[in-house]
Design a protein around this ligand. Structure first.
Ligand code: ATP
Ligand code: MG
Ligand code: FE
Length: 344
């Protein structure tokens, strides 16, 4: 099926077009520069930017794919979770396009789409799979028995999301927002063993209750204390070493728990999705650890890890192929959509 996907859950206006598992267009307009000076996304600014970018971004995607709206078999849109006002712009636009062109509409879960996008790179996802979903607002381990609807959360962060930790630590180090890419870059010149930062929820007692849960707020605080101590002593902060050691602590825990989930569930495929999946060290550590147990790691290329419309189109295409029921044309945007809901 030829599917057009619309994503507006945060600060990226994304429109993707896929045919089956083939990516035809991935147009993204970001308002990230408008938020940078605030150190985080400002919801009202994001909503307005989506409004302005929506029609031209849809047109750009159609032009790139060399198709028209009439050629499309279905329209998919992120219905949640995300910023309420931002989601509304995408959902309203998708309804308008679906109504105008008389196409079925699928309201989908943004997080399931972060997992589904990998099919554009590596083909159908072997099921069951374990998904490690690590983004700006979420960090979860999921068991995916059926990407079209059966997703079981195994654990999630009990405080900060992994991406949020990258963003906060970057700020502490004077690096720009969003913090993931500059930390990834700085870390290449640093020593990951320079500073021993805590690995959240990995002690024997924590593992009893929080085996597949994450915690990154203690790590963030530890980095802040370490940096402050340096500054108080009037010594320079070794940014590359701090970045590398922090990144190592995050990747170590993410990879260890993801591999543990695969082994516990007897699952041979680990798929990693969400913005933090773009991290070069996470990709390397996960592959190295998984290989020891014959587990295959699937991570899409970095551009598909961060928010985009192709991921929404990919999930939409999967739903159409699986004969899923389309959403009602009055489907609501749900800023708190649970992980277990793949489509509404
Ligand atoms: P959610 O998907 O939870 O709604 P979001 O849509 O804002 O959140 P994404 O676009 O999926 O998040 O991911 C953005 C996050 O990914 C940011 O926190 C950013 O710092 C992080 N990120 C991006 N690239 C990298 C990288 N190379 N290394 C680590 N983190 C990264
Ligand atoms: Mg973003
Ligand atoms: Fe996202």
């Amino acid at each position: 099926p030829l599917v057009l996907g619309i994503e507006t859950s945060c600060d990226e206006t994304g429109v993707g077009i896929v045919r089956g598992h083939t990516l035809l267009a991935d147009a993204v307009a970001s308002s990230v520069d408008e938020h940078a000076r605030f150190g985080g996304v400002v919801p009202e600014v994001a909503s307005r930017a989506h409004l302005e970018a929506m029609v031209p971004t849809v047109q750009r995607a159609l032009d790139t794919a060399g198709v028209t709206l009439a050629d499309v078999d279905a329209i998919a849109v992120t219905a949640g979770p995300g910023l309420a006002g931002a989601l509304l712009v995408g959902v309203a636009a998708a309804k308008a396009y679906a109504l105008a062109a008389d196409k079925p509409l699928y309201g989908v879960n943004h997080l399931a789409a972060h997992v589904a996008v990998d099919t554009l790179e590596h083909g159908p996802l072997p099921e069951p799979a374990i998904a490690l979903l690590v983004s700006g607002g979420h960090s979860s381990l999921l068991r995916v028995d059926d990407l079209a609807g059966e997703v079981e959360p195994l654990g999630s962060t009990i405080d900060d999301a992994a991406g949020e930790a990258f963003d906060k630590v970057a700020r502490l180090l004077g690096l720009p927002f969003p913090g993931g890419p500059p930390i990834d870059r700085e870390a290449r010149a640093g020593d990951p063993a320079a500073i021993s930062f805590p690995r959240g929820l990995t002690g024997p007692r924590d593992l009893e209750r929080h085996r597949f849960d994450f915690s990154f707020s203690g790590l963030k605080t530890a980095v802040a204390r370490w940096v402050e101590a340096r500054q108080r002593a009037g010594e320079p902060v070794p940014v590359a070493d701090v970045a590398a050691s922090f990144q190592e602590a995050v990747c170590d825990v993410l990879a260890a728990k993801a591999v543990d989930a695969c082994r516990t569930h007897g699952v041979e495929t680990l798929v990693i999705g969400g913005g933090v999946a773009a991290n070069s060290r996470l990709r390397a550590v996960a592959e190295e650890r998984a290989a020891k147990y014959g587990i295959t790691v699937r991570v899409p290329r970095p551009k598909l890890c961060t928010d985009n419309g192709a991921m929404v189109a990919a999930l939409g295409s999967h739903l159409v192929a699986a004969d899923a029921r389309p959403s009602a044309l009055d489907l609501p945007a749900d800023s708190a959509m649970p992980l277990t809901v793949v489509t509404v």
